[in-house]
Each structure stands twice: as structure tokens, then as C-alpha cells.
Write a protein that binds this ligand. Structure first.
Ligand code: MG
Length: 250
């Protein structure tokens, strides 16, 4: 699959899709509290995205049944919202969602604390968020995909955590998932050359224990194999001549 470079005009539409995605994520995050179901969070996201004249772009993709993926504690990604999944104080809640607007896609994720969480959970969330920004800082024209991957891996592993290998970031544009793949582990100086006009979803998934994961019988929910906590942060960014630009900022 070839990489599709975006024009300035396309980037400005994509920015709109990404702002809607970021606002929806922020709105869901502010609703995370004990007693709320993941289904209610999903409704908030969907209503908001539709109110902006956009489309929830996860819904229906590969048959996925909801607007957001909501994954709690040892769930890594792809948790399906449900009325009987009620948040408890101390949970960490990973929300991944996106919006398509005028044919272009945004994609972003963040892990939120539900009430007061343990210092261990807080540190895992902080390290995962920071690793995303370490990766974004390497998303520079003239560099390579491996520069992003290695920066994330090094930041995470030097702090005693592991990066999930089985799932990776990706190009994003008129399709939610485009080339190239952006692994959260790798070797700097390797991989595809980064050039202006590339739009990438960079999304470290970080486990407190080992990087091994399993998929639940529902065919979607990904769990840490050792039951340890997991966190997930994601931005859609553009490579420009002036450096990386985060598109999914409010
Ligand atoms: Mg993504």
C-alpha cells in the first residue's frame, strides 16, 4: 500500500476532522467518573460527533459496533462499550475514537483516571503520554519511521514498562488506516523516509508488565497477558517542512 501525501488544502480539512475528534475525546474524558457506564461514554462521543456534521469513523469499520473503544485497567485496546461496564474509582480508562469530516479522518486516544488512582497507575499514564510526545518530536521530514518507534520504545523501556508489539500506529487520511505502519518499537534510521504531507496516527500502548497480549473471545478486546495495567495515548499528526504538527489538539 502506497503512502498518500496530503496537500495543504487536504490538511486543512483533516485538521477540522481532527479537532472534532479531539473535542469528542476531551468531552468523554470529562465524563469519566465512578458509576458511569462505558455505553454512556460512547453515547456522549457519538452525539457530539454527529452534532458537528461528522461521522464516527470507528463504527462499522471491520464490523466494530460502537463509536469509541473503551478499555479499562488490564484491557489494552478495543474494549466494546456496554451498559453493564460501570466505572469504579481507581480504574484507568483508555478511550480511543475518531471522526470523519468531509472525507478525511481524525484518530486519537487517551487514558483517563476514574476518581483517585494508585501512584503506579498514575505513573504508567504519565510515561505513556510522555512517550507519545517523544515519538512526535522525531516525526521530522528527512527522518525515518524507525526514529519515532525507537524514541517511544527507549522512553518506555528505560522506565521499566513494555510497549505492545502486536498493534501499531498507522497512516491516516481519506481512510482511517493507511500506510505506513508506525510501530512503537524499532531502530532509529530504519524504515520509511518521512516527508512533508504524511499524516500519521502515533499511538503507544504501554503495559506495566510484559508486552504480550491476548484477544478476548468477543474477538475485539485486547488484554495484557499477565493481567498488568495498560495505558494508551494517540495523536494524529502531520509531517511538515516546519516540523511535526499535532492535528488532534482542541
Ligand atoms: Mg489509531
Amino acid at each position: 500500500m502506497a503512502v498518500v501525501l496530503k496537500t495543504t488544502r487536504e490538511l486543512s480539512i483533516m485538521r477540522e476532522a481532527c479537532v472534532i475528534s479531539a473535542q469528542a475525546l476531551q468531552l468523554v474524558g470529562s465524563a469519566v467518573e465512578p458509576g458511569v457506564s462505558t455505553w454512556e461514554l460512547d453515547r456522549i462521543a457519538e452525539k457530539f460527533i454527529l452534532s458537528k456534521g461528522a461521522r464516527p469513523n470507528f463504527k462499522g469499520l471491520y464490523g466494530y459496533p460502537a463509536t469509541a473503544c473503551i478499555s479499562i485497567n488490564n484491557e489494552v485496546i478495543h474494549g466494546i462499550p456496554a451498559k453493564n461496564r460501570i466505572l469504579k474509582a481507581g480504574d484507568i480508562v483508555s478511550v480511543d475514537l475518531g471522526a470523519e469530516f468531509e472525507g478525511y479522518n481524525g484518530d486519537n486516544a487517551a487514558t483517563f483516571a476514574c476518581g483517585e488512582v494508585s501512584p503506579e497507575a498514575k505513573r504508567l499514564m504519565d510515561v505513556t503520554r510522555e512517550s507519545l510526545y517523544e515519538g512526535i518530536a522525531k516525526a521530522r521530514s528527512g527522518g525515518r519511521v524507525g526514529d519515532i518507534s525507537a524514541a517511544i520504545q527507549q522512553y518506555v523501556e528505560s522506565r521499566g514498562y513494555s510497549v505492545v508489539r502486536k498493534f501499531v500506529g498507522h497512516g491516516v487520511g481519506t481512510s482511517l488506516h493507511e500506510a505506513p505502519e508506525i510501530p512503537n518499537f524499532g531502530v532509529s534510521g530504519r524504515g520509511m523516509r518521512l516527508v512533508p504531507g504524511m499524516t500519521l496516527a502515533i499511538e503507544p500502548m504501554v503495559n506495566a508488565g510484559t508486552f504480550d497480549v491476548n484477544v478476548m473471545p468477543d474477538g475485539w478486546t485486547v488484554l495484557t497477558a499477565d493481567g498488568s495495567l495498560s495505558a494508551h495515548f494517540e495523536h494524529t499528526i502531520a509531517i511538515t517542512a516546519d516540523g511535526p504538527k499535532i492535528l488532534t489538539s482542541v
